[in-house]
Ligand binder design. Structure first.
Ligand SMILES: Nc1ncnc2c1ncn2[C@@H]1O[C@H](COP(=O)(O)OP(=O)(O)OP(=O)(O)O)[C@@H](O)[C@H]1O
Ligand SMILES: [Mg+2]
Length: 275
């Protein structure tokens, strides 16, 4: 039996024309530990991300990509500098944010629909509207036929589609993804890249994608931030303005290759990649 929508509940329907949220970092640093054991994870980073932008962060292992994401998400505090989201200093975990990790963290005892609806239960969203939203997202992500399946019955790529649907259920203005496709085979990963940029456009969500893959970073993004090895800082900031929707054949164009080459050359110069 479905419960009626309550008028006073927050709604779970997308709002494509909303103004979005600006993310501003001003001389942000992060040091873990103290004294001889101190690890400087990030040296000063200043950058502003525009509302609705799809931003990729690419950099060598251990350069502080996940740290940067956790700081913006309000899961950890910077050692110095300020982070503002929507004009307000970040003082704790952001509410208006969906996060997707490399491990999908789906609950094995809930079916796909039950997993996608989890944020609705936590946030107390109107159940009928949440179910409509969930059905729409599962269709958008191409897994509507699996609503009644359990996570252990799905492939890795399908599980990540469900994880993305769950992150988007409350229609957050921000979505952060930390190496969401790293455990997938190359073909599935390519497919997920196409899907992610479709969903990003459809949902008008400001996206921060952390990845080791230069191809992936460029394919899905409006902008690529290139980070140096530890302590991580910004080496480059590249606008990627290929029209959307994008097809995989874009990766074979000289324009695309030029951006990939520019990023590779940065890593060769810093010694993070053998040329
Ligand atoms: N909680 C922590 N305590 C101590 N050191 C940490 C902590 N988290 C990260 N670090 C250190 O900070 C540096 C940056 O880590 P981070 O996980 O942000 O890198 P990353 O770029 O995401 O790496 P990878 O690509 O391997 O995921 C690393 O040297 C790491 O060991
Ligand atoms: Mg990481």
């Amino acid at each position: 039996m479905t419960e009626p929508d309550r008028d006073h509940s927050p709604t779970a329907s997308p709002a494509p024309s909303r103004p979005g949220t600006t993310i501003e970092l001003e001389r942000v640093t992060k040091v873990y530990g103290a004294g001889a054991l101190a690890v400087q994870a990030l040296s000063p980073i200043s950058v502003t991300l525009a509302p609705g932008q799809a931003v990729s962060v690419v950099g060598p292992s251990g350069c502080g990509k996940s740290t940067l994401m956790r700081l913006i998400a309000g899961l950890e505090a910077p050692s110095s500098g300020t982070i503002r989201v929507g004009g307000r200093p970040v003082a704790g975990p952001l509410e208006d944010l969906g996060i997707v990790f490399q491990r999908d963290l789906l609950l094995d005892w809930r079916d796909v629909l039950g997993n996608v609806l989890l944020p609705a239960e936590i946030k107390g969203l109107a159940p009928a509207a949440a179910r409509r939203r969930a059905a729409g997202l599962l269709a958008e992500l191409g897994v509507e036929r699996f609503a009644g399946h359990y996570p252990w019955q799905l492939s890795g790529g399908m599980r990540q589609r469900v994880a993305i649907a769950r992150a988007l259920l409350p229609s957050p203005t921000l979505m952060f993804l930390d190496e969401p496709f790293s455990a997938l085979d190359a073909m599935t990963r390519d497919q997920m890249n196409v899907l992610l940029q479709q969903v990003q456009s459809a949902e008008h969500v400001t996206t921060l994608l952390i990845t080791h893959s230069i191809l992936e970073a460029v394919f899905v993004a409006d902008r690529v931030l290139v980070m140096s090895g530890r302590p991580g800082t910004l080496l480059d900031d590249i606008a990627v303005d290929f029209p959307r929707p994008r097809r995989l054949s874009l990766r074979e164009t000289p324009e695309f290759s030029a951006i990939v080459r520019r990023i590779r050359e940065q890593f060769v110069r810093t010694g993070d990649l053998v040329g």
